[in-house]
Design a protein around this ligand. Structure first.
Ligand code: TRP
Ligand code: ZN
Length: 473
């Protein structure tokens, strides 16, 4: 078997042109202007910034507040494809706010309340501006309720892959990386603003609705069923999911007592491997960071990628295999608990998840990690750009982010030795548990743990153009 089949999305060749449409849609309403210019303390209230200046998605996320909790109350009709409901967003203001933005792609906003009072809403493309009657004070915790509805859109992202809201014959699945979460709820959709979630969704009786975290209620009335899912650990919005369909669901526990919730069509045998994979990963990476696990497998979705949706990764028509399960589960530590500070740091997600596959192939498939490294090294595709500097949004999930990223980790291992390297594998997700980290946080951490100056390694392997030659290789 191919020791590391393609786990990342396969990029459909077409549709690349659509890419810049999303972040560049005009945005002059309300929260435009300087992001850092918030007033402090008793200062004058100003609009929050319309974006967080992500290197790839400058308009993604919003300035001036930090979301603590999303409570989504949704209703979905698979026959019409219509989603309606409300997002009740608890946030803390990081400046005095005369107005602030939320990101939303498609859908229609019916109205908004801020701390129970009607607020004005205006919109320009994916930027929705909420202007409360009275300014929100710096440091205040405030609640915004946004009512919205419509038929959610499927977003074709920079590489031509589909994300956002994906309809199936009997339901739909929401997939959010990197911007698809904007297609099904309004919010601060940048990975740097993590929050806890409650998702209550009502669907026709007979269908299942599965999200992140744990199911806290399931009630049926008048031919409709409401499922309430709660995520108590912080989550980046791109990892939020909702899967609605005629699934077979199971609830069980791993040997160590961790709840396992699965949803699939039929009963794929691979679901039974989840406890063993997690036990092996816990041995390598340290304590599992979440309060439940599982998987969602929907072969009626054909996006040609899997996604590490929090607690329970999603697998489409063709991605539910053991290496991919190992990969997506590794993301629960690397990506989901330790999340990227910006989309430039995505190699931190994919390098560890790919390295997890290499380690697994060594322990269970007899393929030495060095052999996986050598194969990645020989693959021309991995040298297209440095993993920590994807040239455009189109390259964010390109081969260097995965293969060359994993090679960086292997070079670190060779430089610091096995004991320090395996301590770093556990120590990194412990230090940044449920937080965000950047590439620089990582290089600083590795140097501190190893007591070595590794600037040559970073320059060559992480930031350098092309395949290294000579002694540094
Ligand atoms: N993160 C997914 C994986 O590891 C792949 C993926 C899905 C992805 N959608 C993406 C990567 C968007 C980058 C951007 O398998
Ligand atoms: Zn991945």
């Amino acid at each position: 078997m191919d020791p590391h089949p393609l786990r990342r999305r396969r990029a459909p060749a077409a549709a690349v042109a659509l890419l810049l449409a999303l972040p560049l849609t005009g945005c002059t309403a309300g929260g435009d202007g300087d992001g850092g210019g918030g007033t402090r303390g008793g200062g004058r209230a100003a609009p929050g910034a319309a974006g967080l200046r992500d290197p790839y998605f400058p308009r993604l996320g919003n300035g001036g507040y930090d979301v603590r909790h999303y409570a989504l109350t949704l209703d979905y009709d698979p026959r019409t494809g219509r989603l309606s409901g409300s997002a009740d967003i608890t946030a803390r203001a990081t400046q005095a706010l005369s107005a602030f933005n939320v990101d939303l792609t498609g859908l229609t906003v019916q109205g908004a309340l801020v701390d129970g009072e009607a607020a004005a809403v205006s919109r320009s493309g994916t930027e929705v501006t909420v202007r409360p009657g009275a300014a929100v004070k710096d440091g205040a915790t405030f609640r915004t309720v946004i009512r919205y509805s419509g038929v959610p859109v499927t977003i074709t992202d920079a590489e031509g892959a589909e994300e956002g809201w994906l309809r199936t014959a009997d339901g739909a699945v929401a997939l959010g990386e990197p911007t698809g979460s904007t297609a099904w709820f309004p919010g601060n959709h940048h990975p740097s603003d993590k929050a806890t979630y409650t998702v209550a969704v009502t669907v026709p009786e007979g269908l299942e609705a599965v999200s992140n975290g744990e199911l806290t209620a399931r009630t049926s009335r008048g031919g409709r069923t409401t499922f309430t899912w709660r995520s108590t650990e912080p989550m980046a919005s791109y990892l939020a999911t909702l899967a609605i369909g005629r699934y077979r669901t199971t609830t069980s526990r791993t040997g160590s007592g961790l709840p396992v919730h699965t949803a699939a069509r039929g009963n794929p045998a691979l679901l039974g491997e989840i406890p063993e994979v997690l036990e092996w990963e816990t041995g390598k990476f340290g304590p599992y960071p979440f309060s439940s696990t599982g998987a969602i497998v929907d072969p009626l979705v054909d996006v040609q990628y899997a996604l590490e949706t929090q607690n329970r990764p999603f697998f489409d028509k063709s991605t539910f295999d053991l290496p991919t399960l190992v990969h997506e589960m590794a993301h629960q530590w690397y990506g989901n608990s330790v999340s990227p500070k910006s989309w430039r740091d995505m190699w931190l997600n994919e390098s560890f998840a790919t390295y997890a596959e290499w380690l697994y192939a060594e322990d269970f498939g007899g393929t030495p990690v060095q052999e996986s490294f050598d194969e990645a090294f020989a693959d021309e595709e991995n040298w297209a750009f440095p993993p920590a500097k994807p040239p455009t949004a189109e390259d964010l999930s390109g081969p260097p982010v995965y293969g060359r990223g994993a090679m960086v980790l292997h070079k670190v291992r060779q430089a610091v030795g096995d004991d320090t390297f395996f301590a770093i594998l556990r120590g990194w997700p412990a230090k940044y548990r449920h937080a965000n980290a950047s590439t620089e946080d990582f290089t600083r951490y590795v140097e501190a743990e190893s007591g070595k100056d590794l600037s040559g390694l970073w320059d060559t392997w992480l930031y350098g153009e092309g395949r290294p030659t000579g002694p540094s290789a």
